[in-house]
Each structure stands twice: as C-alpha cells, then as structure tokens.
Ligand binder design. Structure first.
Ligand SMILES: [Zn+2]
Ligand SMILES: [Zn+2]
Length: 326
C-alpha cells in the first residue's frame, strides 16, 4: 500500500489507483476504480472503451487493451486478466512473480449475469478481495424474484409508470436483461445518461431489446411503461413529467431498510453486482490462498472467517472507495 494506492513494485504499476499515476492497471470502469489521466492504462478492451466513453479520448491517452486470458510481461511480473462477473469487461488482475501468484479481485460476484463473462476461480498464494457486503447479514435474494416485483407493480398501476433507479454502468443493463428474461418485451424508456453505455454493451453483443428515449416522451406515452434512469433523477426536474411514478431502486443496499428509505425507494429491489457473504466466503475457500488481504468494505467478519480456515488475513483499508454500481 502506498499513498497513491495499491502498488506492485516489481512491475512498477498501480492497481485501480484513486488518482492519476504513470502506469495503472484498471480492473473495471466504475468511478471508484477507473480514473482519468493515467500516463498509461492497462485494462480489458471493454473497460478501456468504458473509460473512453466516460472520460473522453483525452482522459485515456495511452490505453493498452489486454483481453481476458492473454498474458503480458511487465518488467519481472506476468499479468493476465480473469473475468470477475461484476460488469462488462470487469477483471481480476492475476500477477505472477518469483514463483508466486497474487490475484487482485477488483469487484466481483458469483451469480449468473448475461451482461458479462462469469467469474473465474484462479487459485493463488495471496487473494486480495473486496468485501462490500462482507457481513453474514448480507444474503442477496434471487434477482429474478426482485424483477417480478417491477412487473407486478406495472400491472397493478396501468395509469402510472415504474421508475427504476439504476447505475448507468452494469446495473442498468443487468436490469434490462432480467426484464427480458422475465418475458417483458415492450420498449424500455431510458434516461439520456444511460444511452452511451447501453450502446457500448450492444456493440459487445449484449442484446437489451428495444430502448427508447424517455426524455421528450409525453406523459401519456409513459403510462404503464418502465423507465430506467440514474437513481438521483427521481428527484430532478426531469422526473416531473413522469405519470405518478412508482419509485424503485435496484441496489445491493436495498435490503437495508434505512438505505431504501434514504433513497426514497417505494419499491426497493435488492439486485447487487457485488458478492454477498456466501459468495465471498465461497470464493475465499475456492481460491485456496495462503493469505487474504481485504481492500474495502466490511473487513472484520471476512478476516475472522479467513483466519478460522487457517489463512493469514489482513485489511488494506483502501480509502476513496465509495462504491459505485453497488
Ligand atoms: Zn464496481
Ligand atoms: Zn468498487
């Protein structure tokens, strides 16, 4: 750990540094991991495209794409990306040096998600894991049961619309594919902030079905429809034309009643792109590491759990990880 973030000295690069550095390895495009202005950024092609979309080409002046599974030697370190199952392009960084393997998980989940490549278990000596939902109370329900609530709310109130608050990267597209899997094939109305990333997902072959701009649609047109937008848009001028919206929010935190209330969610949907307690502990068992380092989230319970399995475990306490896309 350095003040600039997690640093790999034999390779001379940072992993997900919170500020601009000379050489960065970026696990995925969420704002708490991907920053603009690095001298050189190494990431999967999907993550680099996400960063270019968010920061402009100038924000990613020297991006190098490394697809899943391909290896690259950086000084004395061999690096490859393994899928993390979190959002499109999300990766674990697999580092090999001097006969040892360290895996930096980035953010991850183990549940099925057709919008990204599933998490790959990579056995290692040291596993550096997130722990956003690292408490036994966090057990995410089945996402399709949460989506059924949206469809029920829509059917129950044909004069209203259902507003679903979603983060633009990952959650939006996952909710769309969950709706499609549930058989909902009507157009989905979207806020302008989602357009670019939805188009990017479609360019990578993730079918989202028909999307229409919600901005400019009349109140009558939106009756009985599902509208997806960033959660904050529910309180904007933008939302004033929506026909008496049922406010839903899709987030891993919606199982916590106080958070749901704070977000103004009439219909909280616990849909998470992070591992819950069972997924975290299962992963710690699967990777068979000697040491576990916990980067961010609720570290204590997970450290206690890893120690109970005979692993050495410690907290890295990374700062600046206000989760995006939870
Ligand atoms: Zn993330
Ligand atoms: Zn994160």
């Amino acid at each position: 750990m350095t003040p600039q973030g997690l640093y790999c000295s034999p390779g001379d690069f940072y992993i997900d540094p919170p500020g601009a550095v000379a050489r960065a390895v970026v696990t995925h495009g969420h704002a708490d991991h991907a920053r603009p202005g690095h001298g050189h950024a190494l990431a999967t092609p999907e993550t680099l495209d996400t960063m270019r979309h968010r920061f402009g080409a100038d924000g990613v002046p020297n991006g190098q794409a490394l697809p899943y599974g391909e290896s690259l030697t950086i000084k004395d370190v061999t690096l490859r990306f393994a899928p993390a199952g979190h959002v499109l392009g999300s990766a674990q960084a697999v580092l090999e040096y001097d006969g040892q393997r360290i895996v930096v998980s980035g953010d991850y989940k183990r549940r099925a998600d057709p919008t990204c490549t599933p998490f790959e278990v990579v056995t290692c000596d040291v596993f550096i894991t997130e722990a956003t939902f690292g408490l036994p109370v966090f057990r995410h329900p089945d996402a399709s049961a949460e989506i059924a609530k949206v469809l029920r709310a829509r059917a129950a109130s044909p004069e209203r619309c259902v507003f679903v608050g979603v983060y633009a990267l990952g959650k939006a597209q996952r909710v769309m594919t969950l709706l499609r899997q549930a058989g909902y094939d009507a157009p989905l109305y979207i806020h302008g902030a989602l357009e670019g990333l939805c188009a990017l997902y479609e360019r990578y072959g993730i079918a989202l079905g028909e999307l229409r701009a919600a901005t400019g649609a009349s109140e009558d047109e939106l009756r009985g429809q599902i509208v997806l937008a960033p959660p904050s848009a529910a309180r904007d001028r933008w939302a004033r034309r929506l026909p008496d919206p049922v406010i839903a929010v899709a987030s891993g935190w919606m199982g916590v009643r106080a958070r749901a209330r704070q977000r103004g969610a009439e219909l909280p949907l616990t849909i998470s792109d992070h591992a819950d307690w069972d997924e975290l502990t299962r992963t710690i068992r699967d990777v068979q590491a000697r040491e576990i380092w916990v980067t961010h989230g609720r570290e204590d319970a997970l450290i206690h759990y890893a120690a109970s399995l005979g692993m050495t475990a410690r907290a890295l306490s990374l700062i600046g990880r206000e989760e995006e896309g939870e």
